[in-house]
Design a binder for this molecule. Structure first.
Ligand SMILES: [Zn+2]
Length: 504
């Protein structure tokens, strides 16, 4: 069965920044993990290209709006390869098949009487292009822009959100792990328990840049239905049924939790579709202590600025190693450099280099599988301990806890480095017992292979380079939780990760 991992469908109003890259990296890691463990998984990302804000940004840039979104979509899709993010589907909400899909969705919701024409009056932030309920406002100010909202009343189509509140609540109560981490699910459950939900405005009359509402071309479909259903348009493009949304993991920032945890499942219930498998909610990054914001150019730098400094592997690793996904964190390049050098350059790549150099020099690059029958107790103990830890790494990946996975991997490497230093295999040149050295290199090499494979979803280049030295192609289904001791055959011993020097 095919499973799916998605990033949010990013709003193509500006250029991608670190926040977008973070969502993309997390989704790419989940995707690679699933592939490495033998699951067929499709990775979906894309751009949300409609709405008043895009139309007015294009206009003030003096650009035709179609050309504007073409350019932005190209910038987003062009960013991913440099970060080793490889989506299978890049969906754009301006694609004809998406427009057709949205028309069909609308038609069905309308015929079911889930959508009706009414009036909506509310507090509206022009910059957000969004209505806010009184409790979301800070005084009379938009919580995002801190500018005064306006009272706006207009004709709009409304979706009967309240009609699905009870069913949603029951669903969440019977699926307590739908949203991870759990405290986000708790917040949604209490919202649902609090009482009636206002019907949701799902069209706009003052915006021409959007998908026309069938049979009422005064209106265009508003972002909720337009953007969220792009996940299913993308699934359709893979030849799978709409029901595959039930095998879909959505990666999203906490700022868009409500859209994904309330509106989206309510729409799906209305269409009698299953709900997603999982919502993985992540926090935000500040850059040098400053919130990422369009009004602060220092924070909206191209994410490749960081990958050029840290390497793509280094950036990917640092972002998941620095904090649990759901927390907020701060990017200070010196700190990230330190952790990347300590963990990837010293702890991992350097140990691979030293161990493989010994194997090459003293054993012609070959250690037979039969060595596994001659291991001493210390080797056996190390194996048992690392085996146990590697199972916990796999478990952490499955629980979408990438931070925990990196912590355990680091512990394993600490243990391996300590073992290597206590065993002093390099003293073979000074007459150290050769069987002792052979056992050491064999055990360390075998564990390293498995460790490097476990790192592969996060650091694909480094892992690919090390595994190639061991004569292993990264391929589907390779990652298992058990260490299977086997022969080591190498013909060279390379440096796989250059220490990051700042100031490059
Ligand atoms: Zn606002």
């Amino acid at each position: 069965m095919t499973s799916f991992v998605t990033t949010p469908i990013f709003y193509a109003n500006g250029d991608p920044h670190l926040g977008h890259a973070y969502s993309g990296i997390i989704a790419d890691i989940f995707h690679r993990f699933r592939q490495l463990t033998g699951q067929k998984n499709v990775f979906i990302t894309g751009t949300d290209e409609h709405g008043l804000k895009i139309a007015s940004t294009a206009q003030s840039a003096g650009t035709d709006v179609t050309k504007f979104v073409d350019t932005k979509a190209a910038v987003f899709s062009g960013l991913w390869p440099e970060l080793d993010i490889h989506p299978d589907i890049f969906i754009r909400t301006t694609q004809q098949e998406h427009k057709d899909h949205i028309s069909a969705v609308w038609q069905q919701l309308f015929e079911n009487n889930d959508i009706y024409l009414g009036k909506y009056s509310g507090q509206y932030c022009v910059a957000c292009e969004q209505f806010y309920s009184p409790r979301e406002l800070e005084g009379n100010l938009c919580p995002v822009h801190r500018r005064e909202v306006e009272t706006v009343e207009e004709e709009t189509y409304l979706f009967r959100l309240e009609k699905y509140r009870q069913r949603l609540l029951e669903y969440y109560l019977t699926h307590p792990e739908l949203i991870t981490p759990k405290h986000f699910q708790d917040s949604i459950v209490s919202l649902l328990q609090e009482g009636p939900l206002e019907d949701l405005s799902v069209s706009r009359i003052n915006n021409a840049w959007g998908i026309k509402v069938p049979n009422n071309n005064e209106h265009t479909v508003y972002v909720w239905i337009d953007a969220l259903f792009s996940y299913i348009t993308a699934i359709q493009q893979t030849g799978n049924a709409n029901q595959s949304i039930s095998q879909t993991v959505h990666v999203l920032g906490k700022d868009i939790l409500k859209f994904h945890a309330l509106y989206w499942p309510a729409f799906l219930l209305a269409l009698e579709l299953p709900l997603p498998e999982k919502l993985v909610v992540h926090g935000w990054w500040t850059i040098n202590g400053q919130k990422i914001s369009k009004s602060n150019p220092e924070t909206t730098v191209n994410p490749n600025t960081f990958s050029h400094q840290l390497s793509s592997d280094g950036l990917r690793y640092a972002l998941v190693r620095q904090k649990p996904l759901f927390r907020d964190g701060n990017v200070a390049i010196e700190e990230l450099t330190e952790v990347v050098n300590a963990d990837l350059a010293n702890n991992l790549a350097n140990l691979v280099k030293r161990n493989n150099t010994l194997i090459l020099k003293y054993f012609d690059g070959q250690l037979e599988e039969t060595i596994k029958h001659t291991l001493d107790d210390d080797c056996e103990q190390l194996l048992a301990s690392c085996q146990n830890e590697l199972e916990r790494v796999i478990h952490s990946y499955k629980e979408y806890d990438l931070y925990q996975a990196t912590l355990i991997l680091k512990q394993i490497l600490d243990q391996l480095n300590t073992f290597f230093h206590q065993r002093t295999p390099w003293l073979i040149s000074k007459g150290r017992d050769s069987q002792h050295v052979r056992n050491t290199c064999f055990v360390v090499g075998n564990i390293l292979r498995q460790v490097v494979l476990s790192y592969a979803p996060i650091t694909p280049r480094l892992s690919g380079s090390v595994l190639a030295e061991f004569g292993i192609d990264i391929s589907e289904g390779l990652l298992r939780s058990s260490i299977e001791l086997s022969a080591i055959n190498i013909s060279q011993s390379n440096s796989h990760f250059a220490r990051i020097q700042l100031g490059n």
